[in-house]
Design a protein around this ligand. Structure first.
Ligand SMILES: C[S@@+](CC[C@H](N)C(=O)[O-])C[C@H]1O[C@@H](n2cnc3c(N)ncnc32)[C@H](O)[C@@H]1O
Length: 252
């Protein structure tokens, strides 16, 4: 049962993670597509790469993470929680904060990332990634030390947080993860999405959730999701979270 202090802690944690606290929220921001919007709208919808916030995913997708974590706790879906593609760590910090709020001590939050940005595209193996320049953005490279320091700011760095440092193709196939209740995919590329699904989807418990951050924003990511679902003939009732986020509950 949720009490008011749990609700208030998680709400304040989310506000802090997207920096609704210290940013000037009426400040205009110009997006890559030329649109000018307020900082508040950008943070609510996760439309920009914020200069200070600890996550870029915005309020609606953070709330989706919260809803999925609370659902697996409520429904006693066994397993750990993982994010593949963590950047400054904010969405994973929320996962750890929710476990703390509900006094859950038998689940781990895993963070998989190169901690040096995206790999260059490999169009011979993954043609859908051809032309991607995401690996050239220094802003997307955040070191593991910086992410750990971000966890420490919230007093949430402990042995229930584990880091898988390196390219997904090297770390995920042998990751010492037994079972997952939540798989959050945020690696942008077809390659990163597919590698995470191949290694980790079989470990997701029935009733667990798969969240896809870039389903709307990156066509190659959406293609990877559907290629995996189709090739495994899975039932996946994909629900949209906002302009880009999507998720489904594993039923087979
Ligand atoms: C868009 S950012 C993630 C945003 C983050 N989830 C948040 O809450 O703000 C993408 C991240 O994925 C990582 N990444 C993408 N592809 C990867 C791969 N194949 N191996 C390792 N890390 C990868 C990048 O280093 C980067 O940190």
């Amino acid at each position: 049962m949720t009490d008011l202090s749990q609700v208030l802690y998680i709400d304040l944690l989310k506000r802090s993670l997207i920096n609704l606290i210290y940013d000037h929220l009426d400040q205009p921001i110009k997006l890559l597509d030329g649109r000018v919007i307020s900082t508040f709208q950008a943070r609510m919808e996760g439309l920009d790469w914020p200069s200070n916030a600890h996550t870029m995913i915005g309020w609606r997708r953070l709330t989706n993470v919260q809803n999925c974590v609370e659902a697996v706790l409520r429904d006693r879906i066994p397993g750990d929680l993982i994010e593949t593609g963590v950047w400054r760590g904010g969405a994973s910090i929320l996962m750890r904060g929710i476990l703390k709020a509900y006094s859950i001590t038998d689940r781990t939050v895993w963070l998989a990332d190169s901690f040096r940005g995206l790999p260059p595209p490999s169009p011979d193996d993954y043609p859908a990634d051809e032309g991607s320049d995401l690996h050239t953005y220094a802003e997307l490279a955040v070191s593991v030390q910086q992410v750990q320091a971000n966890f420490q700011r919230y007093n949430l760095l402990d042995d229930q947080v584990r880091f898988l440092e390196g390219w997904f193709k090297d770390t995920l196939p042998t990751a010492p993860i037994k079972q997952l209740a939540l798989l959050r995919l945020d690696g942008d590329l077809y390659e990163s999405t597919m590698q995470a699904l191949i290694s980790l989807y079989p470990k997701v418990s029935l009733g667990g959730y798969i969240i896809v951050d870039d389903y709307g924003a990156v066509p190659a990511c959406k293609q990877a999701i559907h290629d995996y679902i189709d090739s495994h003939q899975l039932k996946a009732d994909i629900q949209l979270v906002d302009w880009t986020g999507a998720f489904w509950q594993k039923v087979d």
